[in-house]
Structure formats: C-alpha cells, structure tokens
Ligand binder design. Sequence first.
Ligand code: HEM
Length: 461
Amino acid sequence: MQALVAPRSRRPPGPRDGGLGFLRAAGAGSLLTYLGGLSERYGPVSSFRLGTQRIVFVDDARIVEEMLVTRQASFVRDRGATLLRELVGEGLLTTDDPQHVVRRRSMQPAFHRARVVRYAETIVRETERVMADWPGRPLDVGAEMARIALAAVGASLFGADLRGEATRVADVLARVLARGASLAAPLAFATPLLGPLHRLFPGRASVMFPRERAELDAIVAPIVRARRDADGDDLLSLLLSAREGGAALDEESVRNEVVMLILAGHETTANALTWTWYLLAAHPAALARVRAEIDDVLGERTPTFDDVPSLRYTARVFDEALRLYPPAGAFARRPLHDVELGGYAIPKMASVFVSPFVTQRNARYFADPLAFAPERWDAPPAERFAYFPFGGGSKTCIGEPFARLEAILAIATIAGRYVFERTDAEPIEPAAAALVRPGRPLTAYARRVRPYAGSVPPSRA
Ligand code: HEM
C-alpha cells in the first residue's frame, strides 16, 4: 500500500556562493540589479544561503499577492524594519500585529478621503511657494521635489512649516542611507546583537544612528509640544488624542510616528516626482500631452481636488514613472513557520524579498517593459500584483492616497507654469538600492511657459 505522504517540496534554485554576490551587490548599492539577475538565471523563486540565513527572492505576481495579501498572517516584517527602527523607533512602519493593527486604526482616519480633500489646497500652495524662486538658476530637481514633498507633509499632516528644514532632513537621510547600505548586509548576522546593545545604553533611542535620531528629534519635538498646547485637526492631533488599550500615546511614541511620517512621506514622493520629470524631459510628446491636458482642464488656473479625476493622462504618466522607478525598490518578509511558495519549501524565518522594481520590469507582465508608455495604463495589467509600488495587504502604504494626490497636483501646478530644460542630456541610472533614487542629480533650468497666475505672489514665497 502506498503511504499518503505529501511529496516534499524542493528548495528554490540559486547561487552557491555563500551570499557573496548578494553582499557585494548590497555594498555597491546594486541590490536590485542583483535580484533581477537572480530571477533571470534561476526563475521566479530563487534562494541562497548567507551565513545561517536563507535569503529568497520572489519575482512572481501571484506569489507576491499570496505573501502580501492572501497569506499575510503567515509573514512578519524582515530585518529592514530593524534598521529602520534604529532611526524612527517603534511605530507603524516597524511593528507587526497585534500592535500594528491598533496603531493603523489610530492613524487611518487622517488618510480618509474626506481629510485628503482638504490637503489639496495646502499641497498646491506649498508647491507654488517652492517654485516661485526657480527662474534664472540651475536647479537640482530632486532637491526641489524634496522641498515640495516635505513642505506638503509638514503643512498637511502636522500643521508645521518644514520648508526651512529640507536641507537638514536631506543631510540626515543621506548619512543614514550611506551607513545603512553598508550595514544592511552585516545586519543579517548582527541583528541579535542589537537587543543587548540597547540594554547596555538604555537611555538611547538608537545605538546605530544616535546623532541622526537626535537631529530629527530636535526638528520634531517643538512641533509636537506646540500642538499639545493648541488644538488642531490633523494627523498630529489624532495621534495626541488616540487611546490605545485605554491609554494615551506617550511622548516618544508620538515623536516616533512623526519622524517616521516625515521620512516615509517625503523621500518616496520626491523620488517619484523627480523620475517623472526625468522621463518627461526624455519624451517630449508625452510632455506635450500633459501640457495640453492641463490647458484643457485648468486653462490659467491652478488645480484643485476636483480637477484630479480629469487629469487622466497626467495620472498615467505618474503610474508609469512608478512602474519604471518605484521608490521602494524592494522589501522583505519572514515566514513565521515553514511555508511553501510556488511549489518550493521556504524555511521559517528566511528573508523573502519582493521587488516592485524587478517585477514591474518583467516582460512576462508588461510588453516592451523598459519603454516609457503611459498609454499602457489604458488597460490595467492582467495580474494585480505585477504592479505594487505601494505594497499590498494590511501593511500597504497608508500614504498612497496622499502621495497620488500630491503628485498629480504638483505635476499640474508645475507643468502649468514651467518646463524643465536639462543642463545635460546624459541618461541617469537609478542607484538600485532598496530606495530607487537617481544615481546622480537631475539638474535643469525651469523655463517659464506662462506668466505667473497662482494664488501666492512670488515675493511672499
Ligand atoms: C510615491 C510615494 C510612496 C511610495 C512609492 C510608498 C511605498 C510604500 C511601500 C511599498 C510600503 C509598504 C512596505 C512594506 O509592505 O513593507 C509603504 C508603507 C508605508 N508608507 Fe508609503 N510610499 C509612498 C508615500 C508615502 C507617504 C506620502 C506617506 C505618509 C504621508 C507614507 C507612509 C507610509 C507608512 C506609514 C507605511 C507603513 C504602513 C503600515 O505598515 O501600516 N508613504 N509605502
């Protein structure tokens, strides 16, 4: 009689180099290129050993959906969250259930449609303020988009003017990213050391980025203090009045969330906008269509929330920019128990990477995948998770509605007044680390194409 034993599933194929290729790529900031190569060579599920760890890479829309949505209860955040926690502390972006669902519930109302509608005016005003001093000087477009995104997040979510802090925040972030890139791989071995280190320095919020965390706290603490003393109607007020398990959030928890939202909420959108301008500069026909749409919908006006549904081609341009250059290029989960993915056996606590950057450029899902073609969004892709720039499931980006609104309004506000003329025509490659940033600055002049007709006079900006 034949035994009714399920056939043991196989381990996914992959390199047998002890993780050397991965370590080298992570150190050189080319993690995504490496992951793309794994998929090409070994197929949709690949894996290798790194020390005692098993690292798995998944480049398959259905399995991504399983991990992020259908079987999400079997997965928790991976070590990237440990690194982030060092900077932003314990909070929505770094916890798992049961805490995650409680905090998400506290913060979600700030991102509901009714609130987001009110952010539109703020976003347009902040965009106008930043762009008022553009003419006549060469711009680092990425830095200008970061100024806009930071100002928009600060004013909309915290009622705070963060325009003057853009350089400080960018500087902290650059240092963290540089150190984070070199630490990410060793962290695969060193994570268990962080607990004892924290016990050794109990007063320190961060043992890896103490200076950077202190600098961010210096920006955020006065904003939180000011709001404690005066009522408001934004995300910060929600956090201050939230009750979790019957108790209010302590000062540090509120500060953690504000620091996290400032970082998660501005760097991503700023990169997406920068890539959008890069692509539009290289595709004059698409830029002309965006401008024609703006002329048609807005005429001389600046946009409002109600205009957004009519800016359909502009939205497709942004979707396509997010496909080719998704700001969150890769992220990872760990299974809580042994699981099977795509017919392969994945051990408990393996690091399982997914990559919007790699999957969204896969020819299995997108025809001519490297071409910039906003028209492809006239029909959505057949597989829902062939495109997941904002993740999915219970940990999907809470800021997606805000980011989309901000992007469309900023593109329409800017393109209604200026065209960017690049200072050189050389291609810019992405720094293909976990964050997809331009490998070198996109520099351009903003040439005015229409006399100023906005609501904020340039002299007040
Ligand atoms: C184009 C812009 C953005 C992109 C591409 C993006 C991408 C992502 C992705 C992929 C995740 C999921 C990560 C994971 O599952 O491990 C995420 C989570 C998150 N994002 Fe965004 N994001 C953007 C803008 C924003 C904005 C504007 C905010 C806030 C104002 C924000 C706040 C967050 C938060 C708080 C989380 C964690 C959510 C949770 O775990 O419940 N993001 N984002």
